[in-house]
Write a protein of this length. Structure first.
Length: 98
């Protein structure tokens, strides 16, 4: 699969995806740091990439209809410290591979 990771995620998330054999571009790699949600969304769509983010704005299906995106993973976690994010995403990645 092809993914785009938002700037609000640790770089280790992109690393985990790459290690699992996926293609990953990051918002930072594409000079989209600080870009609007709409710009991030357009970049994901134009690249045919599933967006992975912590930004709950993307969960608004009126603004970002699922049919308009190649894919979207919005992580809603009570704890957003790096170790917890990585552990949680490792579980998500296992489910993607099933």
């Amino acid at each position: 699969m092809d993914f785009k990771t938002d700037e609000n995620l640790p770089v280790e998330i992109a690393q985990l995806l790459r290690e699992a054999g996926h293609s990953v571009s990051t918002a930072i790699d594409e000079s989209l740091g600080g870009a609007s949600d709409d710009s991030i969304s357009r970049a994901a769509v134009s690249g045919g990439r599933t967006l992975v983010t912590l930004d709950v704005g993307f969960a608004d299906i009126r603004r970002y209809p699922p049919a308009d995106l190649p894919g979207l993973i919005v992580l809603r976690l009570r704890r957003q410290d790096k170790p917890h994010l990585i552990a949680t995403f490792t579980q998500v990645l296992r489910r993607l591979q099933d």
